[in-house]
Design a protein around this ligand. Structure first.
Ligand code: NAP
Length: 318
């Protein structure tokens, strides 16, 4: 049996997670609820559970000298300075797996919305200007036989790829390492980034935000994509240059873009907001009741484990 936590361990938890947590998950913790618009400040907290929108860097860590764990409530952890944390021997954890299906489903919602021009159709009906069935009205693209390109084929990229098989799509992917099981199950082929750009009818991004991936979709790489291709991003906003995507949409080079994430949330480049054939969602990739509860539960389980002196369940580095 695991040993109980010493009473009243002071922890900081994002106030927005309160409604997702059960009392037993925060048992033994002296919780300070931290609203998103409040800075961290100095204190003796031993754990912090931040939202992905909160930057936890060297300055914040310096203000928390007793901190033992940053339990990020997201799978991406680009909001945490992991090097600064490691230097201070602070463990960093994330919430992998539980959000894979939700995010893959939402990616597919964007693919289908873009391919079949759903937003234009909804707007037409709502406006009262729809005059009835027309053989050439809102023609989209048929998926069967087209190529889906995945940039990043980890948990979410592969889940998106597996959903593509019944749609009859050919799958190609770029990742740092080959994925033999995924290739065997789906017929996917691993290709270089430049080939992924040149051959994808739908390019879907599923890599984390890192120095190597930031701005990977830019004015140069957009020009190397097929004319009329669809770009989907449910990974991180800074993988793409928003203005370059807006220009490619304005010029008709990009067929459509379906985006869930942005470089400077909640701000979106005005030219992108105004661009044609763009579908913009408010970062809801993992937003299902089940998933958000599981994410909060894993974050707190990591905190409880570390404060008991046990290894974390889902550290970002082992
Ligand atoms: P994951 O399992 O770690 O997969 C990441 C993939 O990216 C891996 O295939 C990895 O390659 C690849 N990759 C990393 N750096 C690369 C590079 N420089 N070039 C090519 N490929 C590279 O992560 P995941 O669970 O699928 O999540 C992916 C991302 O989705 C997260 O980092 C997060 O930012 C985002 N996300 C967004 C939402 C949302 O709400 N919209 C929800 C969940 C996640 P290897 O396998 O070869 O290492």
């Amino acid at each position: 049996m695991s040993s109980p936590i010493a009473l009243s361990q002071p922890v900081l938890i994002a106030a927005e997670l309160k409604g997702l947590l059960e009392p037993d998950q925060i048992q033994g913790l002296d919780v300070t609820w931290l609203p998103a618009d409040q800075s961290i400040g100095k204190g003796d907290w031993v754990a912090i559970v931040p939202l992905l929108s909160r930057w936890v860097g060297g300055t914040q860590l310096k203000h928390l000298p007793r901190l033992r764990i940053v339990a990020n409530c997201a799978v991406g952890y680009d909001n945490v300075d992991v090097v600064a944390a490691e230097m201070r021997k602070v463990i960093v954890t994330n919430t992998p797996d539980v959000l894979t299906d939700a995010t893959a489903d939402l990616t597919w919602a964007l693919i289908l919305t873009c391919a079949r021009r759903l937003v234009e159709g909804i707007d037409l009906v709502r406006s009262g200007r729809w005059t009835g069935w027309h053989p050439e009205q809102l023609l989209g693209i048929q998926l069967r036989g087209r190529t889906l390109g995945l940039f990043g084929a980890g948990r979410i990229g592969q889940a998106v790829g597996r959903r593509a098989v019944p749609f009859g799509l050919r799958i190609i992917y770029a990742a740092r390492t080959p994925k033999p099981d995924f290739e065997r199950d789906t017929g996917a082929a691993r290709v270089e980034w430049t080939r992924l750009l040149a051959e994808s009818d739908i390019l879907s991004l599923h890599a984390p935000s890192t120095p190597e991936t930031k701005g990977i979709v830019n004015s140069d790489t957009l020009r190397r994509m097929k004319r009329g291709a669809i770009l989907v991003n449910t990974a991180r906003g800074d993988l793409i240059r928003e203005e370059a995507v807006a220009i490619a949409l304005e010029e008709g080079r990009l067929g459509a873009a379906g985006l869930d994430v942005y470089a400077d949330e909640p701000t979106i480049h005005p030219r992108l907001r105004a661009a044609p054939r763009v579908v913009l969602l408010p970062h809801i990739g993992s937003a299902t009741h089940d998933t958000r509860r599981k994410m909060a539960a894993i974050a707190l389980a990591n905190v409880q484990a570390v404060l008991r002196g046990e290894p974390p369940l889902t550290p970002v580095f082992r």
